[in-house]
Write a protein that binds this ligand. Structure first.
Ligand SMILES: Nc1ncnc2c1ncn2[C@@H]1O[C@H](COP(=O)(O)OP(=O)(O)OP(=O)(O)O)[C@@H](O)[C@H]1O
Ligand SMILES: [Mg+2]
Length: 306
C-alpha cells in the first residue's frame, strides 16, 4: 500500500504553547487511521495542519503526495473535513449550507444541488433540509457536517471527533456509514474519545499525548503489547493500601482507578496464582480492551485539572 500522508518532525507552537512537538507519522492509502489522546494532546492541531487551518511551525507534512507548505489549494480540493467545531452557517438552512460550501469547490450548480440532496438523503436529513441550522439537533448538525465533507467526493477524510455528543443509535449508524466509506477505499483519519469507535473502525491507531506520538499499532497489537488478554478489576474500597502492597509484592502489574485496581498478567501462572489471593474479594474478569491501553499509556489524570 502506498503512503498517502507523511509527517516528518512536525511541530506547531501557538505563542509559548507547544501543541505539536515533533510528530513523525506515515498513513497508508485506504487506511482508517485513528488518533487517540487526552484533552489538549494536540490531536486537533495535527489535523488542522493536514487540512490547512494551522501552519506548521517547522517540519514537513505531505498529504496525497502534495506538500502542505505550498500545495494546500490542491490538497483542500481532494480532502473532506469534519472539524471539531461544526463551522456551519446558522443563517442558512441545511441544504443552503451545502450549496454554499459547493461554491468553494467550483462545483457546477445543478450537480452540486443533486449531490447535496443525495447526501442529505444518505444522512437521513432529507426531511430537515429546509430547516435552519440553528433548529437542528446536535446529532443532525454533525450529520450535516459529514454530508458537507463528502460533497466534492474527496479521496481522504479528516474527521475530528465526528460522533462526539451523538446518542448511541446515531453513533452506531454513523459507524456503519464510515464502514461503507472504508469499502470505497477512502483514506480516513479520525480522532475520537470513544475507544470502542477506534477499536471498531481503525486499521491502525496512534496514541498521542503532549504533542508527541507515544505509540502506533493495530488495536489488537496495542492491547497485546500493553495489557495482554485479560484484566481483573478488583474492588478494593477502603483497603487500597493493603491490596496495592500485596500486588506489588507479587510483582504483578496494575493500575489504580478510583476504588478499583485493574490488574494485568504476564503469564497464565501469574494469573492463576493471583486468583488464589483474591478468593474472598470482589472482582471481575474481563477481556482487555483499548480503554485499558489508553489509560495505561496516556495516564489516568484528567487533563486540565491541577
Ligand atoms: N488557537 C490556539 N491558540 C493557542 N493555543 C491553542 C490553540 N489551539 C490549541 N491550543 C493549545 O494547544 C494544545 C493542543 O490543543 P488541541 O486542540 O490540538 O488538543 P486536542 O488533542 O484536540 O484536545 P481535545 O481532545 O480537547 O479536542 C492545547 O494546550 C491547547 O490549549
Ligand atoms: Mg481536539
Amino acid at each position: 500500500m502506498s503512503i498517502t500522508l507523511s509527517a516528518v518532525n512536525l511541530k506547531k507552537n501557538y505563542n509559548d504553547v507547544a501543541a505539536v512537538r515533533g510528530i513523525n507519522l506515515e498513513i497508508k492509502q485506504g487506511e482508517c487511521f485513528g488518533i487517540l489522546g487526552p484533552n489538549g494532546a494536540g490531536k486537533s492541531t495535527l489535523l488542522k495542519m493536514i487540512y490547512g487551518q494551522a501552519i506548521p511551525t517547522s517540519g514537513d507534512l505531505f498529504v496525497l503526495g502534495l506538500n502542505t507548505r505550498d500545495q494546500m489549494t490542491e490538497i483542500k480540493a481532494r480532502i473532506g473535513v469534519v472539524p471539531q467545531d461544526d463551522g456551519l452557517d446558522t443563517d442558512f438552512s441545511a441544504l443552503e449550507n451545502l450549496k454554499l460550501f459547493a461554491t468553494y469547490f467550483n462545483m457546477e450548480k445543478n450537480s452540486a444541488e443533486a449531490r447535496a440532496e443525495h447526501l442529505l438523503h444518505e444522512m437521513k436529513l432529507a426531511d430537515h433540509q429546509h430547516m435552519h441550522v440553528e433548529a437542528l439537533s446536535g446529532g443532525m448538525k454533525r450529520r450535516l457536517v459529514i454530508a458537507r465533507s463528502l460533497l466534492h467526493e474527496p479521496q481522504m477524510l479528516i474527521l475530528d471527533e465526528p460522533t462526539t455528543g451523538l446518542d448511541p443509535q446515531a453513533r452506531l449508524w454513523i459507524w456503519n456509514y464510515f464502514e461503507k466509506l472504508k469499502v470505497q477505499k477512502k483514506t480516513i483519519i479520525i480522532t475520537t474519545h470513544y475507544m470502542e469507535e477506534a477499536e471498531k473502525l481503525c486499521d491502525r491507531i496512534a496514541i498521542v499525548d503532549q504533542g508527541v506520538v507515544l505509540d502506533v499499532g493495530t488495536g489488537p497489537e496495542l492491547i497485546k503489547k500493553y495489557i495482554g488478554t485479560e484484566v481483573i478489576e478488583l474492588e478494593v474500597e477502603d483497603q487500597k493500601n493493603y491490596w496495592t502492597s500485596k500486588i506489588k509484592n507479587l510483582d504483578i502489574e496494575f493500575q489504580e482507578f478510583e476504588s478499583k485496581l485493574f490488574v494485568f498478567f504476564a503469564s497464565i501462572d501469574q494469573r492463576q496464582n493471583f486468583l488464589q489471593h483474591i478468593q474472598n474479594a470482589h472482582y471481575l474478569i474481563r477481556a482487555a480492551n483499548l480503554n485499558d491501553v489508553f489509560l495505561k499509556v496516556a495516564g489516568y489524570q484528567i487533563r486540565g485539572e491541577a
